[in-house]
Design a protein around this ligand. Structure first.
Ligand code: GDP
Length: 417
């Protein structure tokens, strides 16, 4: 049934590092948004008094409102991106399907992915596809429909098709992982264009190699180019089709260590993207086909189920181990590259708005000080005037008194005579 929901609790998933960090930084930017808007409202209120907030101050702070909005938009859309590369038919689409626990991308004989396919979570319950640069949504209900739609739309090898799939059906999509499938690295002369268009913002690269052969020049070349354009790319190597080893168990260990040594050498000494010890943690021997089959059975989806080869459980555990290490790597890397810059920017904006407000406060305090000085001077003047007045009145009173005394004594004199 097509409505199997992801009900497993994934609070322990390393992807939660990213999910929680994203929530936190989004919340912080809501607060910064409020803070900046409050500052603008306040400045408008005192705008009449040009000695406190100049028109320039106001324009400066108002500009932060749209900057904060723009950052919030980017943050809402931020995701973790993983891109899969390798030769045609090594099993890239099958690996992606196994990770998504469902047959979403067409794979197999008769279908080669001849463009870039980006699978991401759909916010609605619908599944649909959209070609780059077009707004038209093509509904896709099934993998065969998607295969037909891809064949019908004439696409160039460098074009991108978005496939939106309901988030609630896949844990990876729900936690904001975006998966990109590519045409085989053996079919294109346009590696540079590929990298510039689709790889510069990838947090993790997965090379899907074929365990039945050695790493090919085309595959190596591609990653040499990647590592000249991106400093320290995170690269995992999946030696896929490891189920083939079951038919020759006597050579299995020998073949495995040969492949592993070459892969370690490639990552650490050729590309110099990690140490040999780190490289060992990036190399896995898996069977995507078996992993997908196991998961389809778990979901009770109809599958034509051949008997799985010996050792399939070990290969499945190694696939699960890969997913865990991949999740740790992608979430840590995405937090660093996507949020570090925004958190610096947020801090600067808050500091700059605060400094504008402090400047206003300082000029208000200065204005109060001047007013206070003027007041004191007036008071002193008043005191002095009052004192002078008092003296004058005193004099006038004493003058009037002495005149009265003189008049009375004259009267007394007159009376005596
Ligand atoms: P892509 O071109 O790299 O995307 O390769 P696909 O995912 O389309 O796989 C090509 C063919 O290889 C399909 O028929 C798959 O079923 C098959 N395939 C993929 N993974 C495995 C695997 O681990 N073991 C085996 N035996 N076959 C596989």
């Amino acid at each position: 049934n097509g409505t199997h929901r992801v009900n497993m609790s994934n609070v322990d998933s390393p992807l939660q590092i990213f999910v929680r960090a994203k929530k936190k930084i989004n919340d912080i930017f809501i607060e910064i948004d409020d803070y900046v808007k409050d500052a603008v409202t306040f400045m408008h209120a005192v705008a009449g008094d040009s000695s406190i907030a100049s028109a320039q101050d106001l324009t400066n702070v108002e500009a932060y409102v749209s900057k904060v909005q723009a950052i919030r938009e980017v943050l809402k859309r931020d995701h973790m991106k993983v891109a899969f590369f390798g030769r045609t038919s090594n099993g890239k689409s099958t690996v992606i399907n196994a990770m998504l626990h469902d047959k979403i991308l067409p794979s197999g004989i008769g279908h080669t992915t001849n463009c870039f396919l980006q699978v991401e979570g759909s916010d609605t319950n619908e599944s649909f596809m959209r070609t780059e640069g077009s707004e038209e949504k093509l509904s896709v209900q099934s993998v065969s429909q998607l295969g037909h739609a891809l064949c019908a739309t004439r696409l160039q090898e460098c074009s991108l098709v978005h496939v939106y799939w309901p988030r609630e059906l896949c844990a990876l999509l729900r936690d904001d992982v975006v998966l990109v499938d590519s045409p085989g690295v053996d079919v294109t002369p346009n590696l540079d264009e590929w990298i510039d268009k689709y790889c510069l913002d990838a947090d993790v690269f997965v090379l899907v190699a074929n365990a039945e052969s050695t790493l090919m020049i085309a595959e190596k070349n591609f990653f040499h180019k990647v590592s000249t354009k991106i400093s320290q790319p995170n690269i995992f190597i999946l030696n896929n089709r490891w189920d083939a080893s079951a038919s020759e168990p006597e050579y299995m260990d020998q073949v495995r260590s040969q492949h592993a040594n070459r892969c370690v050498d490639f990552l650490s000494r050729e590309l110099r993207v990690c140490t040999p010890k780190e490289a060992e943690e990036r190399i896995f021997f898996i069977s995507a086909k078996e992993a997908l089959l196991t998961r389809m059975r778990e979901r009770e989806k109809p599958v034509s189920s051949p008997i799985l080869a010996d050792g399939h459980q070990i290969r499945y555990f190694e696939f699960v181990d890969f997913e865990r290490k991949f999740e740790e790597c992608i979430s840590q890397s995405a937090v660093r590259t996507k949020f570090a810059q925004h958190s610096r920017r947020g801090k600067n904006i808050a500091a700059e708005v605060m400094s504008a407000l402090e400047q206003m406060k300082a000029s208000k305090v200065e204005k109060q000080r001047i007013l206070q000085e003027q007041l004191t001077a007036i008071e002193e003047q008043l005191t002095s005037i009052t004192r002078q007045m008092k003296e004058k009145i005193g004099k006038m009173v004493s003058l009037t008194l002495s005149q009265e005394i003189r008049r009375l004594s004259a009267l007394v004199d007159e009376y005596d005579t």
